[in-house]
Ligand binder design. Structure first.
Ligand code: KMT
Ligand code: NI
Length: 174
């Protein structure tokens, strides 16, 4: 895992877009984002049972598995959105980037590689992309039934209760 400020320069979203300015884990935890490196699946299982995550699935995002719709999916994941559930992602193979919004509404890019696990709170605006390997194999963990509907950012999602609760947690204000 490596976190840094996104450079905001034009070009393929799958390129690193590394501004050269790093973001430290303390800042990520202020945004409510946790990261672990778990080489053993048992550690993932333990975390899932501690947090009462009952379900999981696996997704492979690559031209090989998705064929013609790969480019379309990659664009879709890169639309800025939030979820009403906490999101846990565990990288089984390959890698990718999660971009999350800072408190100043800038992008922080989080580079995830094999065995990285990330926990993102409900209500945080984010987007995802594969990197130039074009290969992400990830486990998605769910508390209950899979519910990963992305809510694309709009004036409506700004008012969403989960968004409001997240901001309260992040900033300590309403
Ligand atoms: C998300 O919420 O954007 C995703 O789950 C992306 C695919 S999982 C690596
Ligand atoms: Ni998402």
């Amino acid at each position: 895992m490596k976190a840094y400020w996104f450079d905001n320069l034009p070009g393929d979203q799958r390129e690193p877009h590394d501004s050269g300015r790093e973001v430290n884990p303390e800042y990520l935890s202020k945004l409510g984002i946790l990261h672990f490196n778990y080489p053993n699946l048992e550690d993932v299982n333990a975390l899932a049972s501690q947090r009462e995550y009952k379900n999981r699935d696996e997704i492979t995002i690559s031209p090989k598995t998705l064929g013609d719709v790969y480019e379309e999916k990659v664009k879709m994941f890169f639309n800025e959105h939030l979820h009403e559930d906490e999101e846990i992602r565990y990288i089984l193979d390959g890698g990718g980037f999660f971009d999350v919004r800072s408190d100043g509404d800038d992008w922080v890019r989080i580079k995830l590689e094999k065995h990285d696990l990330m926990i993102m709170p409900a209500g945080v605006y984010h987007r995802f992309t594969t990197d130039t390997q074009n290969y992400t194999k990830a486990m998605r963990l769910f508390k209950e039934d899979p519910k990963w509907t992305p809510l694309n950012r709009s004036s409506d999602t700004d008012k969403n209760q989960y968004r409001q609760d997240y901001l309260k947690m992040r900033d300590g204000t309403a």
